[in-house]
Design a protein around this ligand. Structure first.
Ligand code: COA
Length: 263
């Protein structure tokens, strides 16, 4: 039976084209609701941002309904902002724009394929301790994060992140130094798609490899949780972040972009 793949990244399209339509191995709320249509969508995120990274439907007419269901499922998960990855001129983009998604000029989508676990590149000085973050860490560092312009970290992300600490498909990593939290990485995955939602290193600790280590442990956590494709977004003009992520193996796919909707 033919399957219409409406995914938009080249990685996703290739994979979708060869994959039969079948229930996901892991049943997430989003996938469960979507399968009622005999179609699938994937999303994964931690924080307010949900990511719809793939939609497959036997009949393109199912796509608007599937998208609507996916948005509802994300909203029910507590997500307050969602992104969808689309090709610049595609049917899915038209459907998403009609559903209320908006373009995000200036923001860039970065992606990487994670077929094997990342190898650790660098070692930190013993003054730094990289570990899983706790609720207490989130309370300590949360307010600082809302002041970092590049992160666009919103206060309403806290309850969601807090409720998901320790869940197997979410990660919250911190770097501790002298009793202070000086680095954070937050994200999660759904099925084979992972998202790094936020990465931050305190200005006075930058350029010491902390970012690299945070990326390594985040990608390792995502890989262990089943992610094989990882996405993240950078804001306009953040060339340090773009250079940084490229060094971590991420690249921009010019043919692919993302749209955004507030839920
Ligand atoms: C992006 C960010 C997380 C990087 O953190 P970082 O700890 O400085 O990252 P690293 O130290 O691993 O790498 C930064 C640079 O230091 C260099 N570096 C790493 N270890 C080093 C060392 N021991 N000695 C000298 N230089 C070193 C790296 O080569 C890299 O160089 P580059 O700028 O030419 O690419 C940090 O700049 C940040 O928090 N920015 C604000 C928030 C933000 O933009 N987040 C990303 C949103 S998408």
């Amino acid at each position: 039976m033919n399957t219409t793949s409406l995914s938009s990244s080249s990685v996703t399209s290739d994979r979708a084209a060869s994959a039969p339509l079948r229930p996901a191995a892991e049943s997430t709320p989003l996938q469960t609701s979507s399968l009622a249509f005999q179609a699938t969508a994937s999303a994964g995120s931690l924080g307010v941002r949900g990511l719809i990274s793939e939609i497959q439907a036997r009949d393109p007419q199912d796509v608007p309904r599937l998208l609507h269901r996916s948005i509802e499922a994300l909203r029910n998960l507590g997500v307050r902002r969602a992104h969808i990855i689309v090709d610049h001129s595609s049917y899915l983009k038209d459907v998403a724009l009609k559903a209320g998604f908006k373009e995000c000029p200036g923001e860039h989508l970065y992606q990487c394929v994670l077929l094997t676990p990342p190898s650790a590149h660098s070692q930190l000085s013993h003054h730094y301790n990289v570990r899983n973050g706790t609720e207490e860490d989130l309370i300590r560092i949360g307010l600082d994060l809302t002041h970092v312009e590049e992160l666009a970290f919103k206060p309403w992300e806290f309850p969601l992140i807090r409720s998901q600490i320790g869940q197997p498909h979410r990660f919250f990593k911190v770097v501790e130094h002298g009793g202070s939290i000086v680095g954070v990485s937050i994200g999660g995955c759904c099925g084979s798609y992972g998202t790094i939602s936020h990465t931050w290193v305190a200005p006075e600790h930058r350029n010491h490899g902390l970012g690299q280590v945070l990326s390594d442990v985040s990608l390792a956590a995502l890989h262990a949780a089943g992610a094989r494709f990882v996405h993240l977004m950078t804001t306009a003009g953040n060339s340090a972040a773009e250079r940084f992520w490229q060094r971590q193996g991420f690249s921009r796919h010019e043919a692919t972009t993302f749209l955004e909707i507030d839920l």
